[in-house]
Design a binder for this molecule. Structure first.
Ligand code: BGC
Length: 509
C-alpha cells in the first residue's frame, strides 16, 4: 500500500466524494456526427494560430465512440462520482429550437452506465462550447443567450432530472469572459478588454435561469455553479502591488462569487461602470442570480502573484498560453502577473502551491459566511509524461509522481483546512474532483498539456493508466476498506452517510 494513499485515506471524512472531471468538447470528438450542430469552439479552433500547433479537436479522445470503455476505466479506478458536461450543440444543435434525439440518447446511455457501475453523475450544463448560432448572434455579449441556456436546462432536466445527482449550471464564467471576450485567446475570440463586462452578467443570469428551470422541473439532484478561485498575492509589500492584487481579486474572484453568494456586484465594479448603460443589472436579475444553492463548486489550480505596472515584459514560462500575453509587458498595463520565487511549476508554468488551497478556502469562508456545502469541482496539473517500457511485466509504465504528489497535497490540504481547527473549518467540504480522467484537448493548449490520470495516445486511442491513477485507486480502496476516520466499523462514525456517494459499492484493489 502506497503510504501517501493510506495516510490520506485516514484523513478523509467517510462521506467525502472523490471523483474525476471532464468536459464534452475536450473529450468527445465526433463533432459532425449524429446531428450535432457546430459550436463556437469548432470555428475558433479551426482558425490558424488559435490552438498550439493548430491541433484539431475533431477526434480528441474519441469518447463519443468509446464511452463504455471510459466508464469501465472509471469503474476500475473506483471513483464515487463523475463530473462531465453536456454538449449543448449535440442535444440542441441550433442553441434554440428542436432537440436532437441522438444527442439526448448519448448522455442517457452515459448516465445509465454510470449508475449501473455505482458512479454518481454530476452534469455540467455549460462548459464553454456555445452553439455556433448563439455565438454568431453575439454569444454571451447578448442577453438572449442567458434565456437560451435556461431553456436548455429545462430540456436537460426533463431528460435526466431523475438520475443526475448534482448539476453544475455554468463552469468558470471568469475564464469565458477573460479568455473568450476580454483577451480573445478562447472562443469566440473577442478582445474587448473591459468592454467584455456584459458577458459576466449574462453568464450569471444564464446560471440563475438554469437554476430556476432545474428547480421548476423538480430535479432529484442538487444544484450549484462552479467558479474558479485563485488567491491574489501582492508581489511585494509595496502598496501599489497590494492595490493591483486587490484589483485582480475583484476582477477574477469577487466579480463572479459576490453576485451569486451575496446578490450584488463588488462596489469597485459598480463604481467603475456607473456611467455605462451596457451594464446596469436590475434587482430582478440579481435575485435570479443569487437564488440559494445546494452546493458551491470551486475550481482551485493555483494562486496568482500580482505586481503593479506593466512588469518587465517577461511572461512567466508557459503562462502566455493560459493567461494571455496581454497581461504582462504591455506598455501602460496597470498590473502584471509575476512568478513566485523558488517555486516548482507545472508544464503550463502554473505555480504549484498546495498551501494556497487553504488560503482560497479560508478567504471564501471569511467572505461568505452563508456559503453552502462546497465541492472542489476541479483540481489537477499538466506535466510532460514519460512512457517507460517495463519488460518484466510486458507493459508500459507512466511514472507521473509529480501529479500524484500534487493531488495528494491538494486533497490533503483541502480536507485538513476544513476540519476542526483548520483555517477554513466553517466550510462543509463534500468532495474533490480530479481534473482530469484522461489527457484531452486542453483548449488553446491543445494536446500538449496533459492533465490526465490516464494517458491517451491520440494516434491509436490507446488508454494507459498512469501511476497517479493507481495511487487514486489505492486511496479509494483504502477508504472503503475502513482506513477512514472511525476505522473498520461498518456502522457508526466510520460509515458513510446514507445516500452519500461513498456509500455506494466499490471495486477493491
Ligand atoms: C477548465 C478545464 C480546463 C482546466 C485546465 C479549468 O479552467 O474548467 O476545462 O481544462 O481548467 O486548464
Amino acid at each position: 500500500m502506497n503510504a501517501s494513499a493510506k495516510n490520506l485515506a485516514a484523513l478523509l471524512p467517510p462521506s467525502f466524494t472523490l471523483g474525476v472531471a471532464t468536459s464534452a468538447f475536450q473529450i468527445e470528438g465526433a463533432l459532425d456526427e449524429d446531428g450535432r450542430g457546430p459550436s463556437g469552439w469548432d470555428v475558433f479552433a479551426a482558425k490558424p494560430g488559435s490552438i498550439v500547433e493548430d491541433q484539431s479537436p475533431a477526434v480528441s479522445c474519441d469518447h463519443y465512440h468509446r464511452m463504455p470503455q471510459d466508464v469501465a476505466l472509471m469503474k476500475e479506478l473506483g471513483i464515487d462520482s463523475y463530473r462531465f458536461s453536456l454538449s449543448w450543440s449535440r442535444i440542441q444543435p441550433g442553441g434554440s429550437g428542436p432537440v436532437n434525439p441522438a444527442g439526448l440518447d448519448f448522455y442517457d446511455r452515459l448516465i445509465d452506465l454510470l449508475l449501473a457501475n455505482g458512479i454518481s453523475p454530476m452534469a455540467t450544463l455549460y462548459h464553454w462550447d456555445t452553439p455556433l448560432p448563439l455565438d454568431e448572434a453575439g454569444g454571451w455579449m447578448n442577453r438572449d443567450t442567458a434565456y437560451r441556456l435556461g431553456e436548455f436546462a429545462a430540456i436537460a432536466a426533463a431528460a435526466y432530472g431523475d438520475r443526475v445527482a448534482r448539476w453544475v449550471t455554468v463552469n468558470e464564467p471568469a475564464t469565458v469572459t477573460t479568455n473568450g471576450y476580454a483577451l480573445g485567446i478562447h472562443a469566440p475570440g473577442e478582445a474587448l478588454m473591459l468592454k467584455a463586462l456584459p458577458s459576466v452578467h449574462h453568464q450569471l443570469l444564464g446560471h440563475g435561469l438554469s437554476l430556476q428551470a432545474l428547480r421548476a422541473a423538480k430535479v432529484a439532484g442538487e444544484v450549484g455553479i462552479t467558479n474558479v478561485y485563485s488567491p491574489m498575492v501582492p508581489a511585494s509589500s509595496n502598496p501599489l502591488d497590494k492595490v493591483s492584487a486587490g484589483l485582480m481579486d475583484t476582477a477574477q474572484n469577487r466579480l463572479y462569487a459576490d453576485p451569486v453568494l451575496v446578490g450584488k456586484y463588488p462596489d469597485m465594479i459598480r463604481a467603475a461602470t456607473l456611467f455605462s448603460s451596457a451594464f446596469s443589472p436590475s434587482s430582478e436579475d440579481m435575485e435570479l442570480i443569487s437564488q440559494p444553492l445546494d452546493f458551491y463548486g470551486l475550481n482551485y489550480y493555483m494562486p496568482t502573484r500580482v505586481g503593479s505596472g506593466p512588469g518587465d515584459g517577461t511572461v512567466p514560462e508557459g503562462m502566455a498560453e493560459a493567461m494571455g500575453d496581454d497581461l504582462s509587458g504591455t506598455p501602460g498595463a496597470p498590473f502584471h502577473i509575476a512568478t513566485f520565487p523558488d517555486t516548482e511549476t507545472t508544464a503550463y508554468g502554473w505555480p504549484i502551491k498546495p498551501e494556497y488551497m487553504s488560503v482560497a478556502l479560508a478567504e471564501m469562508a471569511e467572505r461568505y459566511p452563508d456559503l453552502p456545502p462546497v465541492y472542489i469541482t476541479e483540481g489537477g496539473a499538466s506535466f510532460e509524461d514519460v512512457l517507460v517500457r517495463d519488460d518484466a511485466s510486458n507493459s508500459t509504465i507512466i511514472p507521473d509522481e509529480r501529479r500524484l504528489r500534487f493531488l495528494a497535497d491538494h486533497i490533503g490540504t483541502a480536507v485538513q483546512s476544513t476540519s476542526p481547527g483548520g483555517a477554513a473549518e466553517s466550510i462543509d467540504l463534500r468532495g474533490y474532483y480530479v481534473w482530469s480522467l484522461m489527457d484531452n484537448f486542453e483548449w488553446s493548449g491543445g494536446y500538449n498539456q496533459q492533465f490526465g490520470l490516464v494517458h491517451v495516445d491520440f494516434d491509436t486511442q490507446v488508454r494507459t493508466p498512469k501511476a497517479s491513477f493507481y495511487w487514486l485507486q489505492e486511496l479509494l480502496a483504502a477508504r472503503h476498506q475502513g482506513a477512514g476516520p472511525g476505522g473498520h466499523s461498518a456502522a457508526g462514525a466510520g460509515a458513510p452517510a446514507p445516500g452519500s456517494d461513498a456509500e455506494r459499492p466499490h471495486p477493491v484493489g
